[in-house]
Design a protein around this ligand. Structure first.
Ligand code: GLU
Length: 488
């Protein structure tokens, strides 16, 4: 069997981290089985559409490296299509849904309903007062053919409803096992709305079938819709796909992940300087553990390891600290060319420095970064020596005289050292360590004042790194400033 999965977002705004996980699992599953992964735009709810959401979604998927074999794509910023089962945007498939709904009406699996909004609201509130299940009462099922034709011809507003058969509906979920529900609990779902657009339920079943989807992997919130879909599959005589519903993503307090407790938009994480590969790795492990304690996986390794049977049933906590840790790991192990490219927007005050120097800053600072955005603050001291009091230059076991002595000696050392020394951190370190060793000094006496003079900060990168980034000239100026502060 040719495995085919899909990711069918509704373009209602940003890409939620939960949706990214859904897209990723569908991608991993398809790739693992040599199958096809498609993206479809589900834009039948016209009131919730957000301008530009499709484009931004496509860009985000591209940024995080989730590629798809079929679906809408952007070519020079313009929407186009890839694959032969399109169009992949539901609003462009309206005749297909109308035709399918019509077929259901003809075979008696669906019926026209002319009930007004007001009547439906009234019915609902009466049922609520009587503490009954809120459900359509099938008043329009009683209409005869002539009346239906007459009202349709008169252009009366109407919908098409699915006639839920008696009995019960059973389906298998790859993660949750067998699920059975009594059909008496299911409402006669509207399939075609008064605006001639299909509802999600009709469109999703028709499209998944026509597009050849074999595995439907999506969030747990959709599980309650499956019985309606199963009834539709039966009514159409379509072969049943496999279903797998992923566990919820939770906040640390086990509530459903929500905007109130932090970011949920993938775009926000990317702008904050989380690396796409770190985000993908982190999201992949929300509800799925390939093995043991290992946390870092490339996408290729995830593809190899992915199995629906290894997906947990219980909710997965979105642990921000773990994401931060993982991002740091990725920053430090990233290829330097790629990291520099990703870090580009975060150089802040240092943006105008030559690339060579920016690369050095990144090299030195990456050891302490949680996100790339942290760079913005850290680069400041490379551009401008911060104001600091002379007392900072004095190591806890030394005094101002000692600090002055060492800074003066270091200044001479640096002034007389060959320029080439400043091209390599190791060479700088060698020259300064030799001075410490030859004179039997303690590291703190020498390196503390030097580091503070170069950074103006109590905490910073080490003095050799700083000299390497700042270069000989700026290093000299900063050391002179330190000596001046101590002696004036
Ligand atoms: N359009 C639905 C959504 O917004 C898709 C649900 C499904 O995967 O069936 O997530």
């Amino acid at each position: 069997m040719n495995i085919k999965t899909r990711f069918p977002p509704s373009p209602t705004g940003f890409l939620h981290v939960g949706s990214l996980r859904t897209a990723l699992y569908n991608y991993l599953f398809a790739k693992k089985h040599g199958g096809t992964f498609l993206v479809r735009v589900e834009d039948t709810d016209r009131e919730r559409l957000v301008e530009g959401a499709v484009e931004s979604l496509i860009r985000t998927l591209e940024t995080v490296g989730i590629t798809y074999d079929e679906g809408p794509i952007l070519i020079d910023g313009k929407l186009s299509e890839k694959g032969s089962n399109g169009p992949y945007t539901q609003s462009q498939r309206l005749p297909i849904y109308a035709e399918h709904a019509q077929k259901l009406v003809e075979q008696g699996s669906a019926y026209y309903c002319f009930c007004s909004k007001e009547r439906l609201e009234e019915l609902r509130s009466q049922q609520q007062i009587a503490k009954l299940q809120t459900k359509y009462d099938r008043q329009c099922l009683k209409l005869d053919h002539e009346e239906i034709s007459r009202r349709l011809e008169a252009g009366e507003s109407h919908v098409i409803r699915l006639l839920i058969p008696d009995g019960e509906t059973t389906f298998q979920d790859e993660i949750r096992g067998s699920i059975t529900i009594s059909n008496s609990e299911i409402d006669d779902q509207v399939l075609m709305k008064a605006d001639s657009f299909p509802t999600y339920h009709l469109a999703v079943v028709v499209d998944d079938h026509l597009m050849g989807v074999t595995h439907i992997i999506r969030g747990e919130e959709w599980i309650s819709s499956v019985p309606k879909h199963v009834i539709l599959y039966h009514a159409f005589g379509f072969p049943m796909p496999s279903f797998a519903h992923l566990p919820l993503i939770l906040n640390a307090d086990k509530s459903k992940l929500s905007k109130r407790q932090g970011d949920v938009a993938v775009e926000d994480y990317l702008t904050k300087g989380y690396l796409p590969e770190a985000l993908v790795n982190f999201i992949a492990l929300l509800g799925f553990n390939p093995s043991g304690d290992r946390e870092i996986y490339t996408v290729k390794e995830l593809v190899e390891a992915f199995e629906l049977s290894k997906v947990n049933k219980s909710g997965a906590v979105f642990d921000r600290l773990k994401l931060d840790w993982m991002n740091g790991q990725y920053i430090r192990s990233s290829d330097s060319v790629r990291l520099f490219e990703l870090a580009h927007p975060y150089f802040g005050a240092a943006s105008t420095l030559p690339d060579e120097q920016k690369k050095k800053i990144l090299e030195v600072e990456k050891e302490r970064l949680v996100t790339l955005k942290d760079l913005e603050e850290r680069v400041e001291m490379f551009v401008r020596l911060p104001e600091y009091p002379a007392t900072e230059l004095v190591w806890k076991k030394a005094d101002a005289q000692d600090a002055t002595l060492h800074l003066t000696n270091l200044l001479k050392l640096i002034e007389s050292a060959d320029v080439s020394v400043f091209e390599k951190r190791e060479l700088i370190e060698e020259v300064i360590k030799k001075y410490i060793r030859d004179n039997g000094y303690q590291n703190g006496n020498v390196l503390w004042p030097l580091r503070v003079a170069l950074s103006g900060q109590r905490q910073s990168a080490g003095p050799f790194e700083l000299l390497w980034v700042l270069g000989r000239e700026e290093g000299i100026v900063r050391i002179q400033t330190g000596i001046y502060k101590l002696t004036s």
